[in-house]
Write a protein that binds this ligand. Structure first.
Ligand SMILES: Cc1cc2nc3c(=O)[nH]c(=O)nc-3n(C[C@H](O)[C@H](O)[C@H](O)COP(=O)(O)O)c2cc1C
Length: 406
């Protein structure tokens, strides 16, 4: 790596200058640290923007470039996520060597023996909103003497107030928006994996919605089976089969509602890193895309730098990309398994309905209320199969897109 002539030999003073260090939207920069956050490697864009010479950065703790405007709570969230093995996205304001500042959106990921942070220039409208959240958090930390953990909880509460379920969901949405905004600014044609991952996210929202409809309908249908049992009681003969059918219905509906995937999808108790598989998968597919771009960027940089250590960094990017892609694709497979599960359950319900129709035919004259019960069940089945069809329509093209697996 080339030495930065502007920075060489200068001492790290603590002045602050309210001026931004400019850098291009097309630039990416990274640093790799050990498990304690001590810098091991970086690219020349990083040393140029931070204004430090290579030898000043290597072996220095990352807080070397910490800006006093950054709330402690954000770093608490960063380390909390990393220690749990997650990739974490965060907006960070840094202080360059000469006291100027620069903002980044950083994606920090666990690697073998430490962490890797890849940074891009934030440009989405969300960025302005987050700056306000940070300013409020800093004020709270200063005036109320919050611990980093307390401040993290308050920052998360602000983000929840802004409509994000938790910090985990916020950082995924932030990466999505920053990545898309940066691509748009550069007029970049996005890869099909990225397009598909966006669709995946939308499909998941649809599935959640349909599952909610399904569960609401199942709750209503329980009333129908209760009515069926009441009607059966009025019968002198033939009450046995009707009762059995009602029981099978109830059991099947209970199985659907208690199915672990249904429960997980509709769960509401979101803790900080609790995000659904599809949201995580979108995040990981973007991380994989960033790794590709970082590798290409660094490769071009290193060729002109004659950087001999570049090979090792390239394999860190490649390994992370591979892992991120696998995580990303797992969710697509899960999604198709979900659709298949709902389909099978609804087929089971439909079969019980056929049996009920046969019984109803036999008992028609003697069972007054049964026709209206059958009508209600028809409506229930129609609604459920419509919902299912919509899910299938959304999932099928996604599964055909093999590029996501590539
Ligand atoms: C890979 C990696 C990259 C980091 N990048 C930055 C950074 O750019 N700026 C920063 O202030 N802290 C960064 N940190 C966090 C620092 O290690 C540290 O937690 C933070 O500066 C707060 O320091 P303090 O806890 O001593 O106040 C990074 C940590 C890791 C693991």
């Amino acid at each position: 790596m080339k030495e930065n002539p502007n920075a060489a030999g200068r001492k790290a003073d603590k002045i602050l200058i309210d001026q931004e260090v400019p850098f291009g939207i097309d630039e990416l920069f990274f640093s790799r640290t050990d498990t304690r956050g001590v810098i091991q490697a970086f690219n020349s864009v990083f040393s140029r923007i931070a204004g430090y010479a290579a030898e000043e950065l290597t072996g220095a703790p990352h807080k070397l470039i910490r800006h006093p405007d950054m709330p402690k709570g954000v770093f608490w969230l960063l380390w909390d996520g990393l220690k749990r093995g997650h990739s974490v996205g965060a907006y960070v304001k840094n202080r360059a060597h000469d006291g100027r500042y620069y903002w980044v959106f950083a994606v920090v990921s666990p690697t073998d023996g430490g962490y890797l942070s890849v940074r891009l220039k934030p440009s989405s409208p969300l960025f302005a909103a987050v700056k306000e959240v940070y300013a409020g958090a800093l004020e709270r930390e200063r005036t109320n003497g919050l611990t980093p953990e307390q401040s993290a909880a308050a920052i998360e509460a602000d983000l929840v107030g802004a409509g994000f379920a938790n910090y985990g969901v916020f950082q995924i949405e932030a990466l999505r928006r920053e990545h898309a905004s940066r691509d748009a600014a550069r007029e970049r044609v996005v890869t099909s994996a990225l397009t598909a991952s966006g669709q995946l996210f939308d499909v998941k929202q649809e599935i959640e919605q349909e599952l909610r409809v399904l569960c609401d309908n199942l709750k209503k249908a329980e009333l129908i089976t209760t009515n069926m049992k009441i009607q059966a009681c009025k019968l002198k003969s033939g009450r046995g089969p009707i009762n059995e059918i009602a029981k099978s219905y109830e059991q099947m509906m209970r199985d659907i509602r208690n199915h672990p995937r249904v429960v997980q999808t509709l769960r509401k108790d979101y803790s900080t890193w609790d995000v659904n598989d599809e949201a995580r998968s979108v995040f990981m597919i973007i991380v994989a895309d960033l790794m590709d771009e970082m590798a290409a960027f660094f490769s071009a940089e290193s060729a002109s730098d004659e950087n001999e250590g570049a090979g090792a960094e390239m394999s860190v990017f490649a390994e992370l990309r591979e892992r991120a892609m696998q995580d990303g694709y797992r969710a697509v497979q899960q999604l198709s398994a979900d659709a298949e599960m709902i389909r099978r359950m609804v087929t089971g319900l439909a079969m019980v309905r056929v049996v009920l129709r046969v019984e109803a035919g036999i008992l028609r004259e003697r069972l007054y209320g049964l026709q209206s019960i059958l009508d209600q069940l028809d409506r229930f089945h129609d609604e459920v199969s419509d919902a299912l069809e919509r899910v299938q329509e959304a999932v099928t093209p996604l599964l055909r897109d093999q590029s996501l697996a590539a």
